[in-house]
Design a protein around this ligand. Structure first.
Ligand SMILES: C[S@@+](CC[C@H](N)C(=O)[O-])C[C@H]1O[C@@H](n2cnc3c(N)ncnc32)[C@H](O)[C@@H]1O
Length: 266
């Protein structure tokens, strides 16, 4: 049976790989790298460096494929993403059938954790549901950018006994569902959506976390909004791409201290 490993590789630092991920890498015959074009070449490079560093056998193959781009002519966001996923599923199906013999293993190196804002798992499941080729798959967790952000800022993600909303820049701008939350973690925000947030908040912002270009800014949201916007656009111009994430923390909110320590089940 062909085997596919979806391996979380951490969010930019090659030492964020878990021992489980390293062990899985060492057993691979083929590594599939989906290259998202010039802007993301650096991310593909990190994946290749990880292979060189951790895969001891030298006979593994790296197969690079161009990742299809989403069609901007499709106006509805969900339809656009679904069409893109279908295209990617066809590519995966062809790759597995063409590059993997019956007893071989392939790896898909997934940025951060495969379970967080990443479509690889859904696409692999879609390929399996089509029933054209048979394979098994295993998911290996990785250190996500949320952990990279909290570690770099040396903060806890949640406040004592509190909850945290994880959302996207688009939802922050359009749904405003964050307003009932005191702690809001925002990913996939290409538009500095925090500038539309009013009230008293603190922000902990990070870009290129774990890499040599890492940028960190924190402070009262209204005091640092322009600084983050400036830093973000300068870095994007310099590197040609950017990935950033931030935690918004409502000032003065309190949560129940008594909920912090769980009582063991008896
Ligand atoms: C497609 S999602 C992938 C998330 C990934 N699976 C994870 O576990 O972090 C990409 C988003 O993750 C965040 N991100 C990933 N790596 C990052 C990094 N090194 N620095 C800052 N943000 C990062 C950004 O919000 C980016 O828009």
């Amino acid at each position: 049976m062909r085997k596919l490993f979806l391996i979380g590789i951490g969010s930019g630092h090659p030492e964020q790989l878990t021992l489980q991920a390293v062990r899985a890498l060492q057993g691979l015959d083929v590594v599939f790298v989906l290259d998202k074009g010039e802007l993301k070449q650096e991310l593909s490079l990190v994946r290749k460096l990880i292979c060189e560093r951790y895969i001891e056998r030298r006979d593994y193959r790296v197969i690079e494929v161009d990742d299809p781009v989403r069609d901007p002519a499709v106006p509805d966001y969900t339809t656009r993403v679904e069409a893109w996923h279908a295209q990617r599923a066809s590519i995966f199906e062809t790759l597995i059938a063409r590059e993997l013999q019956d007893d071989q293993s392939a790896g898909l190196l997934v940025w951060g954790d495969p379970a967080l804002y990443d479509s690889t798992l859904r696409i692999v499941q879609a390929v399996q549901a089509r029933g054209q080729i048979s394979f098994e798959y295993t998911l290996i967790p990785g250190l996500g950018s949320i952990q990279a952000l909290t570690a770099s800022h040396r903060i806890a993600l949640n406040r004592i006994g509190g909850s945290v909303l994880i959302t996207t820049g688009r939802r922050l701008r359009e749904q405003r569902d964050f307003e009932r939350s005191d702690d809001v973690l925002v990913m996939l925000d290409g538009e500095c959506s925090f500038k539309h947030v009013t009230g008293e908040w603190e922000i902990f912002w990070g870009a290129y976390l774990g890499s040599q270009h890492e940028l960190l800014i924190s402070g009262k949201l209204k005091d640092v909004t322009s600084e983050i916007e400036r830093a973000r656009s300068a870095a994007r111009a310099q590197h040609g791409w950017i990935m950033d994430i931030y935690l918004l923390r409502k000032s003065g909110a309190r949560t129940q201290a008594t909920l912090d320590t769980p009582t063991p089940d008896r």
